[in-house]
Design a protein around this ligand. Structure first.
Ligand code: RP5
Length: 163
């Protein structure tokens, strides 16, 4: 793939099943991305180096997926002024409520845009990144309009079964 416009980072390979929904949206819209596993607590040095490297390559934003204490998005946001989109992973014991509250409760001054728990949040983070990039890309904006139109048409064409 060409130089990434979006960076997708997740704390564990176990997050990929969810985070691939973000990657899929970007792929569908032809937006280049870099996706990788880097843990804020298991490999903090690697994370800091990566943020520097990928920022120098010209990414526009980060999508970070993490579960549990879920500090990955906040740590990335602390190291860059690029927008950071946080996706809470569904966790085993608290079903992702822990991840959601951790990511959404960033203290004032270092924002993380927080999405829904799981698949919908990951897909929407991808779509949100597309929307941000579409501000300066007329072709992308047109494809996003077409995507929305298709969704609206699908709703319009929906019928309910007879009783
Ligand atoms: C976080 O801890 C990851 O984002 C993952 O969601 C969670 C559990 O990690 P694993 O034990 O599944 O590798 O770092």
């Amino acid at each position: 793939m060409s130089k990434p416009l979006v960076s997708i980072v997740m704390g564990s390979a176990n997050d990929w099943d969810v985070m691939k929904q973000a990657a899929q949206q970007l792929k569908d819209f032809g937006v280049s991305y870099d996706a990788r596993v880097i843990s804020a607590h298991r490999s903090p040095d690697l994370l800091f180096d990566y943020i520097k490297d990928v920022s120098a390559q010209g990414v526009s934003c980060f999508i970070a997926g993490a579960g549990g204490a879920a500090h990955l998005a906040g740590v990335i946001a602390g190291k860059t002024t690029l927008p950071v989109l946080g996706v809470p992973m569904p966790s085993k014991h608290l079903q992702g409520l822990d991840s959601l509250l951790s990511i959404v409760q960033m203290p004032k001054g270092i924002p993380v845009a927080t999405f829904a728990i799981g698949d919908a949040g990951a897909a929407n983070a991808g779509l949100f990144a597309v929307a941000m990039l579409a501000i300066n890309d007329a072709g992308l904006a047109q494809r996003l309009q077409a995507f929305r139109k298709k969704q609206a048409e699908a709703v319009k064409a929906t019928t309910l079964p007879d009783l």
